[in-house]
Design a protein around this ligand. Structure first.
Ligand code: AMP
Length: 418
C-alpha cells in the first residue's frame, strides 16, 4: 500500500509540522558550533521549496545528538537554522524551545511560505519516551504532519510516532515528504519486484547486524556477494582458519543456515576467495575508551585458503574483486550495504572502491538500477567521488537496515495510506 505524500494534500495557508533529519555532524571552532557536513539539510530542500511555493506555514522539528533529555547549548539547532536560511536564500525563524506559549505565538505569527525551526526535541526526555502529553503539545503546532526524516523513522518517538497519531486522531493528514517518498520507492517498491538479475552486495563489520537482511534477500536475490569482516564468519563456518580477523564465532550456525538456504533457493552465494591481510601490532597506546591501539603492518595479498594465525583480513583481494565485478556486470538491479574492507585506511580501500566502480559501470552501461542502502557504503561511494553516478543512496543507516529486513518502521506506519 502506498503512502500519502505532500502533493496529495492542500497546504496553502496551513500550518505544516514537518519532522526532518537535521542530526548533522558539528564541531566547536572558536567558541562556536560549526556544521561539518550539511548533506542532511540539503536533502530536505526539495520538500521545503515545494511547501514554500504552495504557501504552507512550515514548522520544522528535529533532534541533534544525544542531550539525554535536557537542554545542552552545544546541541542547539540554531546553527542549522542559519545554514538552512543560506540554502533557501530566505529567513528561517528559530524558536529556542519546541513547546510552550512563546513557541505557539511564534507559530501563530508565521505567514504563508515562512519557515520556523524548533529547538532540539531531545532537550525533553518525553521525546524518546514518546510521551502522549508532550506529543499533544507538539501536535498543537500543526494542522498537517509531514515526515521527511527517513533516517529517524525506525524510532517510535514523539516527533515520529506520537505527534502524527495525535494529528491523525483529530482528523489532520499525515504525509511523507519528497525524500521519504524516494526512500520508500527505492528501498521498498523497486526491490519488491526487482528487474533481474538482482545482485546484492553485503559487507561491513558484523553478520549479526545483517543476518535478517540476508535472510529476507535470499527470497528475492539472484546473487549475494559477501565482503567485509562478516565474510570471515562465513569462512569460519566453512572450517577455514581466519587468524586474528574480526569474526563472530557464535554466529557460524546462522552463516551455515544462510548458505544452506541459498543452495535450496538456487541463489549464487559468494564469499571472498582471496584477501588483503595485515598483522595487527600493539602500539602500546590506548584510545579514549582505554582500548589498546593496534597498527596494521605488513599488508599483503593472501591467496591461501587459511589466513595465518597472526594476521587479520582487512579487504577483499584482486581475484575476489574480479569475480564480484563479473557478477555485478550481469545485474539489472543492485543493492549494496556495507564496505568490503577497512576502507577508512587507504591501504585497504581498494576492494570497496573497485566494487563501487563496478556498480557505477553497470548502472551507466547496462542501465541497471543501483541502490545504496545507507551507512558506510554511502560514505565510501562519496569518498570515491561516485555519489552522483548511482541511482539512489539512502539517507538512513539503522532505518535502511530495518526497512530492508521487512520491519514496519513506526515513522512510516504513522503516515496515511494513499
Ligand atoms: P557496518 O556499519 O556494519 O556497515 O560496518 C562498517 C565498518 O566495517 C567500517 O568501519 C569498516 O572499517 C568495517 N570493516 C569492513 N571490513 C572489515 C574488516 N575486514 N575488518 C574489520 N573491519 C572491517
Amino acid at each position: 500500500m502506498g503512502k500519502l505524500i505532500i502533493n496529495d494534500v492542500d497546504v496553502s495557508g496551513k500550518r505544516v509540522l514537518m519532522r526532518v533529519d537535521y542530526n548533522v555532524p558539528m564541531e566547536e571552532s572558536n567558541g562556536r558550533m560549526v556544521i561539518n557536513d550539511a548533506t542532511r539539510i540539503k536533502e530536505t530542500l526539495p520538500t521545503l521549496l515545494n511547501l514554500i511555493q504552495r504557501g504552507a506555514r512550515i514548522v520544522l522539528m528535529a533532534h541533534l545528538g544525544r542531550p539525554d533529555g535536557k537542554p545542552d547549548p552545544s546541541l542547539s539547532l540554531r546553527p542549522v537554522a542559519n545554514a538552512l536560511a543560506e540554502m533557501l536564500r530566505r529567513p528561517v525563524h528559530f524558536a529556542d524551545d519546541c513547546i510552550g506559549e512563546r513557541v505557539e505565538n511564534q507559530v501563530k505569527s508565521l505567514k504563508d511560505g515562512e519557515v520556523l525551526l524548533l529547538e532540539n526535541v531531545r532537550f525533553y526526555q518525553e521525546e524518546e519516551a514518546n510521551d502522549p502529553a508532550f506529543s499533544e503539545k507538539l501536535a498543537s503546532l500543526g494542522e498537517i504532519y509531514v515526515n521527511d526524516a527517513f533516517g529517524a523513522a525506525h524510532r517510535a518517538h514523539a516527533s515520529t510516532a506520537g505527534v502524527p497519531a495525535s494529528i491523525h486522531k483529530r482528523g489532520g493528514k499525515c504525509v511523507g515528504g519528497l525524500l521519504m517518498e524516494r526512500e520508500l520507492k527505492f528501498l521498498g517498491d523497486e526491490l519488491e519486484n526487482p528487474a533481474r538479475p538482482f545482485v546484492v552486495i553485503l559487507g561491513g563489520a558484523k553478520v549479526s547486524d545483517k543476518i535478517k537482511v540476508i535472510d529476507r534477500l535470499l527470497e528475492k536475490a539472484d546473487a549475494i556477494l559477501i565482503g567485509g569482516a562478516m565474510a570471515y564468519t562465513f569462512k569460519l563456518a566453512d572450517g577455514i582458519r581466519v587468524g586474528k580477523s574480526l569474526v563472530e564465532p557464535d554466529k557460524t550456525d546462522v552463516a551455515t543456515a544462510a548458505v544452506g538456504k541459498a543452495k535450496e533457493k538456487g541463489v549464487t552465494f559468494l564469499i571472498p576467495s582471496d584477501n588483503v591481510i595485515a598483522d595487527p601490532i600493539d602500539t602500546g597506546r590506548k584510545n579514549k575508551k582505554g582500548r589498546a591501539i593496534f597498527d596494521l603492518q605488513n599488508a599483503r595479498i593472501n591467496t591461501e585458503r587459511d589466513i595465518p594465525v597472526d594476521s587479520e583480513g582487512v579487504d577483499i583481494g584482486p581475484a575476489t574483486i574480479a569475480t564480484f565485478a563479473n557478477e555485478i556486470a550481469k545485474a539489472k538491479t543492485i543493492l549494496w550495504n556495507g564496505p568490503m574492507g577497512i576502507f577508512e585506511d587507504s591501504r585497504f580501500a581498494q576492494g570497496t572502491f573497485s566494487i563501487a566502480q563496478a556498480v557505477v559501470d553497470t548502472t551507466q552501461k547496462n542501465g541497471a538500477k543501483s541502490i545504496i542502502g545507507g551507512g558506510d557504503s554511502v560514505k565510501a561511494i562519496n569518498v570515491a567521488g561516485l555519489g552522483a553516478k548511482v541511482t539512489f543512496m539512502s539517507t538512513g543507516g539503522g532505518a535502511s537496515l530495518e526497512f530492508l529486513e521487512g520491519k514496519d518502521l513506526p515513522g512510516v506506519v504513522a503516515l496515511g495510506n494513499s
